[in-house]
Design a binder for this molecule. Structure first.
Ligand SMILES: [Zn+2]
Length: 133
């Protein structure tokens, strides 16, 4: 299943395409990440969160636990991606930030956002070390 979700608040449908792809709806109420490898979700209020399946059906999700930050570590278990791939993800992350509307550009980031960036940067450095050995 594709990793898609819909925000009930703003109606935005978002999709995460790979592990490091962190996407949020227009109003920042909900977010998803993990691509097709892991289905991570975040929301200010999960009553605004709907899964969208491959047929376009909207599914109500059952929230088990809010352990999003702890689970972030499992997004980067080891270096499964080569350096070029990781750099591509970093560029994509940057492009997405640049495309944000001006008011979103000046809104604060969360520790989860910051942790995911650090993990990606760390993965890039580790992949570099691997190459040089
Ligand atoms: Zn929204």
């Amino acid at each position: 299943m594709r990793n898609r979700a819909k925000c009930k608040k703003c109606g935005d449908i978002i999709e995460s395409f790979h592990r490091y792809d962190y996407v949020y709806c227009k109003c920042k109420e909900i977010g998803i990440s993990g691509g097709n490898d892991e289905y991570h979700v975040t929301a200010n209020d999960f009553t605004h969160f709907l899964r969208v399946d491959d047929e376009g059906n909207e599914l109500v999700v059952k929230v088990q636990d809010k352990v999003e930050i702890v689970q972030l570590a499992s997004v980067f278990p080891e270096n499964k991606h080569d350096r070029q791939e990781l750099l591509g993800m970093l560029d994509e992350m940057r492009r997405k930030l640049e495309d944000l509307p001006i008011e979103a550009l000046y809104s604060p980031i969360s520790h989860a956002d910051f942790a995911s960036l650090l993990m990606l940067v760390s993965a890039i450095f580790k992949s570099e070390t691997k190459e040089n050995i």
